[in-house]
Each structure stands twice: as C-alpha cells, then as structure tokens.
Design a protein around this ligand. Structure first.
Ligand SMILES: [Mg+2]
Length: 238
C-alpha cells in the first residue's frame, strides 16, 4: 500500500498561463497575424467559457478547439483567409508542449514530499490535451517524480465526473482511502474529489473559503507549497 497523491496539473504544479501566453504569441505571429495583449486577454476569456461548457458536457473537445481559434482569427489584425482553426490549434498545442513553466517552488516541493513520504506515489490528474500535458511536464523535469499522468483527452472522460476518478482509482489499484486530490479548481478538482468520495486539498484557495469547504466537502486548504507540504505530511502520517 502507498500514499497516492493525485495532483491537478495547471496552476497547481505548472504555470499554464505563462506557457500559454508564450505559445500563443509564437503561433499567432508565425501565421501572419498581429499579436497584442488584447488578443491574449480575448483568447483567455473566450477559451475559459468554452472549457466551462466542456466541463458541463454541452460541447465537445473538437468544437472547443475550432471555436477558440475561429474566434481569435476574427479578433486579431491581419489576413486570416486560408488559416485552418484546427491546424493552428494543433500548432499551438505543440508549441505549448515544448514550453512548460513550473509554478514557483513546485519542484522543490515535490522533492521534499517524496523524500519525506517513503511510500509516496505521485500522479497527475488533468483536464486537457495529452501532448500538451505530457510535453510540458517532460520539459520541466517533473516527470521523474511521477508514477503516471492521467489526462482527460486519452481517458475520454473529464473532471469533475466520477468516471474520471474511477478510471484513475482502477489504475492506482489501491483503496480510495490511500488517495488524496490536490488542486486549485473548485469546479473540477474539488467537485471531482467530492463526486468520487476522495480526500481533498484546495490549493491556493480564494473567495469565501469556509462556504466552499462546506459546499464541496473539502478536507484541507493550503496557500503555499510550504503549507501544502505540511498538510500532506500530516495526512500521510495519520
Ligand atoms: Mg488547475
């Protein structure tokens, strides 16, 4: 039996926004359009609303990929005739996959965790594109601490669905009491942990924390990697 840590990826261990901004600038510019901060802000806002729709199950991943670039082409200055949104989306995902950026202190944190918990097994549980997640993880050196990377794209199920975590638990092969979910998102990570009846840590909580803890049955919160390490060491020693 092990202590199984199920980490969300983005804004938990990796800085998604830093990679995304860099990749978007490269891809937009290489396709002959003008990149501005407004383009990035526009892309982010629309993309976020599409991901929420995907989480609700009202659109597919392919629709999301097409719609976010069709929309961006209209917004950016420049001639977009002849540009294919899915092709540009694939270029964007590939470029991002080569440009992983760690959250400050993430590598030191996971080193200390695995040093201190001898039977630790670390997993990633992420909504997103497989090549994007795996490539960014590899480009940062995080991969050597990980047992396995669970990504919604290849799994065919998305957090917060119970089925997502059922598939993870089947792969882990140990009782749910040995697992804890760590993530920054209420709507995917904390709700997912609640749906699957797993222990949870809300990382970098904000807003009405007590209300959220009650609503989502959150066990712990942590506002820094130092706090997260304390919480997880305590959980592992109980
Ligand atoms: Mg996240």
């Amino acid at each position: 039996m092990h202590h199984n840590f199920l980490f969300d990826l983005d804004q938990t261990l990796l800085n998604f926004h830093a990679s995304e901004r860099k990749a978007l600038e490269i891809v937009v510019t290489e396709n002959g359009l003008e990149f501005t901060e407004d383009c990035y802000a526009h892309f982010k806002a629309y993309n976020k609303s599409l991901w929420l729709e995907l989480e609700k199950g009202t659109i597919s991943r392919t629709e999301l990929f097409i719609r976010r670039f069709t929309d961006l082409f209209e917004f950016c200055e420049g001639d977009h005739t002849g540009l294919d949104p899915l092709t540009v989306n694939n270029e964007f995902i590939y470029t991002m996959s080569q440009n992983g950026v760690l959250m400050d202190g993430a590598l030191g944190f996971i080193e200390k965790l695995t040093d201190n918990v001898k039977d630790a097994r670390c997993y990633i549980v992420s909504n997103g594109a497989t090549i994007n997640a795996e490539g960014r993880i590899r480009s940062t050196g995080l991969d050597k601490y990980l047992q396995k990377i669970y990504v919604s794209e290849w799994m065919g199920v998305t957090k917060p669905a119970k089925e997502f975590f059922d598939m993870v638990l089947e792969g882990v092969g140990e009782p749910k009491e040995t697992c804890i979910v760590i993530g920054d998102s209420l709507s995917s990570d904390m709700l997912g942990a609640q749906n699957a009846d797993l222990a949870s840590v809300w990382f970098m909580p904000e807003g009405d924390i007590e209300q959220a803890k009650n609503k989502y049955g959150i066990d712990y919160t942590a506002s820094s990697f130092d706090e997260l390490l304390d919480v997880l060491l305590k959980w592992a020693s109980d």
